[in-house]
Write a protein that binds this ligand. Structure first.
Ligand SMILES: [Zn+2]
Length: 172
């Protein structure tokens, strides 16, 4: 079950951006797209409101359906009882959400720090989106670099701390 297919079927307008798709989040109101869909992982994540998950999670949230109803809606049929499936999904989702977030956060911080360096080096900044916020963000450069080092490293413990605080910040 391809997430891109399901989202399009639900009428969500997607824009391709490299290996992923972006769109305006359907769960919170926004002008610029902050919902990212990763077709390779069949998952989605919104950097605005922190919502995210797999295809089933999307249908549950978007249609306001409980897990068994969402399964039925998508035509998924299996032998395991719903509770077992729900628990397995929850565990896999948590692990996957963490991995997704690390990947996406690393990319976001890489772009952000590149923009800040461009700004600091007085390079041609007219193509940088939101130059005012970049100027205000200069003081965070050290923090961003620190986070990037963690995200690019092999140790999961500090990554998990970043993830947890980001989720707390997003209202979870
Ligand atoms: Zn959102």
């Amino acid at each position: 079950m391809q997430i891109i297919e399901i989202l399009e079927r639900e009428g969500v307008e997607l824009k391709r951006s490299g290996y992923r798709y972006i769109c305006r989040c359907v769960f919170h109101s926004e002008k610029t797209a902050s919902m990212v869909i990763f077709p390779a992982d069949n998952r989605w994540h919104c950097f605005g409101c922190g919502k995210g998950g797999d295809v089933l999670q999307f249908i549950m949230d978007y249609k306001g359906l409980a897990f068994p109803q969402a399964k039925k809606y998508l035509g998924i049929d299996d032998d395991k009882d719903d509770m077992t499936v729900a628990i397995e999904r929850e565990k896999a989702n948590t692990r996957k959400a963490f991995r997704d977030w690390c990947k996406a956060e690393e990319l976001r911080l890489m772009n952000l720090t590149m923009d800040i360096y461009a700004y600091l080096n007085k390079m041609d900044t007219k193509y940088i989106f939101g130059i005012d916020s970049i100027a205000a963000d200069v003081r965070n450069l050290e923090k961003y670099n620190y986070h990037l080092n963690i995200l690019m490293g092999n140790d999961d413990a500090p990554k998990l701390n970043l993830y947890k605080s980001a989720r707390a910040h997003a209202g979870h």
